[in-house]
Every structure is written in structure tokens, then in C-alpha cells.
Design a protein around this ligand. Structure first.
Ligand SMILES: Cc1cc2nc3c(=O)[nH]c(=O)nc-3n(C[C@H](O)[C@H](O)[C@H](O)COP(=O)(O)OP(=O)(O)OC[C@H]3O[C@@H](n4cnc5c(N)ncnc54)[C@H](O)[C@@H]3O)c2cc1C
Length: 406
């Protein structure tokens, strides 16, 4: 017999877990919610971190998922952006963003695996059914859609949420088209321990292959996110640890004093994708299943959290009015609320990557001029900060719009 739920969230990454928690919270336990993933236990510890903007952080706090500050989340109070195309030796910040004295931070840096563990623990304490299994089939059928698992199991849902990541199987099963390309770049990710204080500053230096970023962690530690061509990233990752450390030291322009690597080193192939539609029959897309962006602005998960916020509001509003939240109108409304923010943000990050990757001298000049124009304009900086702090894109009222930068 088919076990039926109101909402089946497919994918237990940070976006899927956040949505499941929001729905359980906002519905007061009246919605039957299931969360399906191939692996529901804690994953291997990874050095990957996420910059969480203030808007999404407030949302996580509202559902009890932000009691982490003292443990590992570190504030970013200043951001420095440099164009290092000329020489590694002569790097000075071209663009800076500073946290106002009365603001807590511009963003927070957290360990991604710890955020997921924390969200999973909260979800387990709520009325959410956890199902371990691989999704292999999706069949919309009138008032329900059927989800099929590899082990032969099946679930019914009034609404299926595809939160199954960048290689979304549900996108394929529902034949939802997607625009996508690879960047021939990988991000090398590691934790650095250093001599000098990072002074709560996130530093991003743009080299021809992509940005070299150090993001503040607790203590004298920073998270490294270094974009390189895929071949070079692979060579660097396999190279002798002393050689790699020396190269990181050189690329960091010695800003952090002498440094050493701590723990594992990982690398992630980078690419872009965006769905042509945020919904299909009784199915919606959130997180990386909806779009995948270059990590240069640290916004991929933040966009996914904004999807979860918008979708939870629509589902709860519809449920309160006694409407069928899996029917076409609420799904169209979800697409309407998310499409503009998602398309503009993902395209902007793609364009930024291309502008910095182009090494023509005319473009280099234009880039320098553009950076100094932004640096001298408080208005443009405020607009950029509104995006970076996660308050753009029709941010839901209940998650603290009153704190938005206007
Ligand atoms: C190097 C790097 C740095 C980044 N830095 C930042 C940052 O600073 N800030 C930021 O906001 N974002 C950042 N991002 C982006 C961010 O990590 C992603 O946007 C986010 O993790 C996506 O979460 P998700 O839940 O949508 O997908 P995922 O985390 O990919 O989760 C998908 C889940 O679906 C499950 N799944 C997949 N297929 C199936 C199936 N068939 N059946 C069952 N389960 C399935 C998987 O097991 C997985 O648990 C970064 C990304 C990279 C690569």
C-alpha cells in the first residue's frame, strides 16, 4: 500500500532539511512531512564552509537552528576584494565593505557539515518521517504524485519537493529543462591555521583562473576556497604538502603571516545550471536542484535557503485557506516569487567569473575602473550589500525584513 504524505522533501542537504523544519514548525505539526535521502546519517567530515548571509541566518535562528555561534560560526565584519591580475606581489584591496558599528556582522562562516548535522538533529526532534532510499521514479497522478525508491518502496505526496542537488534526478525524471555549463574550474577547499589574526576579514583576491578566498573561522584559522583550472587544482591537491602550503602562502600575499594546513583538503568541480521552470506537475525545485552558481559570491546555499523560506510561506498560506498547495496556482506563485532573484543572482555571478577570468588588457583597465567606481559610490555599495546580506529577492517578512539594508 502507498504511504501518503502532504509533502515529500527529496534530498536531505541543507536546503531540504531547512524546508522540512520550516514546514513542521509553521504548520504546528499538522502537515505530514517525509524527507528522503540516500544517506541520512552524518556524512564524512568535510573542510567545506558556507558563508551564511544575515537574512538567512535570521531564518535559521527563528527555527532554533542557530545556537552555534560559540562553537564554530565566525563573523565577517569586513570584506576586501582585490584584482591581482598584475602581480602577486602588488596586491592592494580595490573594493572594501565594512560592517557598520551597530550591525552584528556582514555574514557568518560556518562548517557546512556541522550546519547539516544541526538541521538534521532538529528535524529528528520534530514530526518529520525520515526515509533512507534512492529516488528512481516520479509519477504525477491526479491529487497525488508517486515517488518510487530503488528498493521497490513507493510514497504518495500532494507535493514533491526536489531538493536533490545539482545533479537532480527528479529534474531528469520530470523532464524539466535546465540551462547548464561547466567552468573547467575546481575549488580547492581547506582549513588554514595562521600566525596573524584575520581580524574578522574575508579576503578575496581575483587571479586569472578565479578567486582565491580566505574566510575567517574561529581563532587564528581561515577557510580557504581557491578556484583554479581543473588540471592545476588536481595537480595542487596531489602535490607535496610543503609545496602546496608555499603556493597558498604566495597566493595569500602573506596577509595572514606564516600558515599551515589543518585537516583534509577537498576539491569541487564548478559549474552553472538553472531550471527553465521552478515547477512541474505536483513538483517544485529548491536549492541546487533549481540552480547551481559559481561560489565566488558565497550565495549558492543562501539562494536555496531563500527558496525554502518562500516555498514554506506559500504552502502554509494555501493550507490555511484550505487550498490544494500541490495544485498549479501555488506552484506558479512560488516560481514567480523566486525566478527573478534566482536568474539575476546566478547570471551576475556567471558574468563576474567571466569578467575576472578575461585577461585582455582593455578589459583589465575597465575592471579596475569599475572597481574604483563601486568603491567610491555608497549607493552602489549599499545595493551590493543588500544582495550579499540576503535581504533581496522578496525576502519573507516573517524572517526579519525590518533588519534589511534599505
Ligand atoms: C566550494 C564551494 C563553496 C561554497 N560556498 C558557499 C558559501 O560560502 N555560501 C553559500 O551560500 N553557498 C556556498 N556554496 C554552495 C552550497 O554549498 C550549495 O548551494 C548547497 O550546499 C546546496 O544545498 P542543497 O541542499 O540544495 O543540495 P545538496 O547539498 O547537494 O543536497 C542534495 C541531497 O540530495 C540527496 N540526493 C541526491 N540525489 C538523490 C536521489 N536520487 N535520491 C535520494 N536522495 C538524493 C543527496 O544525497 C544530498 O543529500 C559553495 C559550494 C561550493 C562547491
Amino acid at each position: 500500500m502507498l504511504t501518503k504524505f502532504d509533502v515529500v522533501v527529496c534530498g536531505g542537504g541543507a536546503a531540504g532539511l531547512t524546508l522540512a523544519n520550516l514546514l513542521a514548525d509553521m504548520s504546528g505539526g499538522t502537515l505530514r512531512i517525509a524527507l528522503v535521502d540516500t544517506k541520512l546519517e552524518s556524512r564524512k567530515h568535510s573542510p567545506r564552509t558556507s558563508a551564511i548571509a544575515i537574512g538567512p541566518k535570521q531564518m535559521l535562528a527563528s527555527m532554533g537552528a542557530w545556537s552555534l555561534e560559540s562553537a564554530f560560526a565566525a563573523p565577517v565584519r569586513r570584506i576586501e576584494v582585490s584584482d591581482a591580475q598584475e602581480s602577486v606581489e602588488a596586491i592592494v584591496p580595490d573594493l572594501t565593505f565594512q560592517c557598520a558599528e551597530y550591525d552584528e556582522a556582514l555574514a557568518w562562516i560556518i562548517r557546512h557539515s556541522e550546519l547539516e548535522t544541526h538541521l538534521r538533529d532538529i528535524a529528528r526532534s520534530r514530526d518529520i518521517r525520515f526515509i533512507e532510499g534512492e529516488i528512481v521514479g516520479y509519477k504525477p497522478n491526479g491529487a497525488f504524485a508517486q515517488i518510487e525508491l530503488r528498493d521497490g518502496g513507493a510514497l504518495g505526496a500532494r507535493l514533491v519537493v526536489a531538493a536533490d542537488g545539482a545533479q537532480s534526478r527528479l529534474r531528469e525524471l520530470a523532464k524539466v529543462q535546465c540551462v547548464e555549463w561547466g567552468y573547467d574550474r575546481s575549488a580547492i577547499v581547506a582549513t588554514l591555521r595562521h600566525e596573524e589574526s584575520h581580524a574578522d576579514t574575508a579576503v578575496q583576491i581575483f587571479y586569472p583562473a578565479g578567486p582565491f578566498a580566505t574566510l575567517p573561522l574561529t581563532g587564528n584559522r581561515s577557510s580557504l576556497v581557491w578556484t583554479e583550472t581543473r588540471d592545476r587544482a588536481e595537480r595542487l591537491r596531489r602535490s607535496d604538502i610543503n609545496e602546496l602550503t608555499a603556493e597558498i602562502q604566495r597566493y595569500s600575499a602573506d596577509r595572514l603571516g606564516s600558515l599551515r594546513l589543518e585537516g583534509d583538503i577537498a576539491s569541487f568541480a564548478l559549474g552553472y545550471s538553472h531550471v527553465r521552470s521552478f515547477h512541474a506537475e505536483r513538483l517544485v525545485f529548491i536549492g541546487d536542484a533549481a540552480r547551481r552558481v559559481h561560489p565566488l559570491a558565497g550565495q549558492g546555499l543562501n539562494l536555496g535557503l531563500r527558496d525554502a523560506a518562500a516555498l514554506s510561506e506559500i504552502i502554509i498560506e494555501s493550507a490555511r485557506l484550505g487550498l490544494d498547495f500541490g495544485s498549479i496556482s501555488p506552484l506558479v506563485e512560488y516560481g514567480r516569487r523566486r525566478n527573478l532573484d534566482s536568474v539575476i543572482s546566478s547570471s551576475a555571478f556567471d558574468v563576474l567569473h567571466r569578467i575576472f577570468a578575461w585577461d585582455a588588457s582593455a578589459l583589465r583597465m575597465a575592471r579596475k575602473t569599475g572597481l574604483s567606481l563601486v568603491q567610491s559610490s555608497d549607493h552602489i555599495k549599499a545595493l551590493l550589500m543588500k544582495e550579499a546580506t540576503g535581504f533581496s529577492g522578496m525576502y519573507p517578512e516573517r524572517f526579519g525584513r525590518e533588519h534589511a539594508i534599505r
